[in-house]
Design a protein around this ligand. Structure first.
Ligand code: A2P
Length: 274
């Protein structure tokens, strides 16, 4: 199933409704995975300076036979460059081999450093220069986004968060929706946490829907208007993870997954991470 679905940002720009994550992928395996993903219909590739794989992502995209304009590329500013955004961005652009990116995110707020507002100012200038189509943040709280808006007048287009059935962050996600900010989900499958994909509730819905547990989780995110960014190096799973547009979850199935939330953080703590 081709990925023809889109979400729209608060600036009216279109963004694919599911993307391909490449955290912890490297080398030829990554190049093969990105090519497989593009072939399977993904049109959003999500990387970051800290992943150390922007060059491979760029190479894979160049040789995949899909027009640059048809691919939505996201990359992210690392924590030690909040005071050096322009140079950090140029380095990412060079590695990707592109003359623009579709979405540039502040990867973590690093609130102790207290530089994220000046970084946001620099991101706004990049967007105004046309070299970035959309700007956003990742792992930001309501208070931090309110501060960006109060001090610059510009809201992010996206807040990328760790969201999966065991970590739903409902209050934050609901608030983002009221602001027209798109939520993207990193580690949407819980970073391979098998307790999610083998949970009896997920298994039962998978059986009812004749879909895999991963497809149930990804469809649940889609129906919550969240752009999931699943990572896989396995061709069959890469294809499986985008094949979620031919079924619907019932209200009771959605509620059963909503009830699985337990605030389980499988990554870094946004308040403490530097
Ligand atoms: P692999 O790369 O070997 O396919 P997340 O995107 O939440 O961080 O999860 C990534 C992890 O989940 C990786 O370990 C990946 O393994 C695994 N994974 C990706 N897709 C699936 C799937 N459809 N079924 C089971 N595990 C998956």
């Amino acid at each position: 199933m081709r990925n023809s679905q889109h979400r729209f940002t608060n600036d009216g720009n279109a963004m694919p409704a599911i993307g391909f994550g490449v955290w912890q992928s490297r080398g030829d395996e990554l190049i093969g995975a990105v090519q497989c993903a593009l072939d399977a219909g993904y049109r959003l590739v999500d990387t970051a300076a800290i992943y150390g794989n922007e060059s491979e992502v760029g190479s894979a995209i160049k040789t995949a036979g899909v027009c640059r304009e048809d691919i939505f590329i996201t990359t992210k500013l690392w924590n030690d460059r909040h005071d050096d955004v322009e140079n950090a961005f140029n380095e990412s652009l060079t590695k990707l081999g592109c003359d623009y990116v579709d979405l540039y995110l502040i990867h973590w707020p690093v609130s102790g450093q207290n530089l994220f507002v000046s970084a946001w100012d620099a991101m706004i200038k990049l967007r105004d220069s046309g070299r970035v189509k959309n700007i956003g943040v990742s792992n930001f709280s309501i208070e931090q986004i309110r501060r960006l808006e109060a001090e610059t007048g510009v809201l992010p287009a996206v807040n990328q968060l760790q969201i999966h059935p065991f970590n739903q962050q409902r209050e934050l996600v609901d608030w983002l929706r009221t602001q027209g900010i798109i939520t993207q989900a990193w580690s949407p499958l819980g970073h391979g946490n098998q307790n999610i994909l083998t949970h009896p509730v997920i298994l039962k819905i998978a059986e009812q829907q004749h879909k895999t547990p991963a497809q149930i989780v990804l469809r649940w995110l889609y129906e919550n208007q969240i752009i999931a960014l699943p990572k896989s190096s396995t061709p069959q799973r890469i294809r499986e993870n985008i094949d979620i547009f031919d079924f619907n979850l019932s209200t009771s199935e959605l509620s059963a997954i909503n009830a699985l939330d337990r605030g389980l953080n499988v990554g870094n703590d946004p308040d403490a991470f530097r």
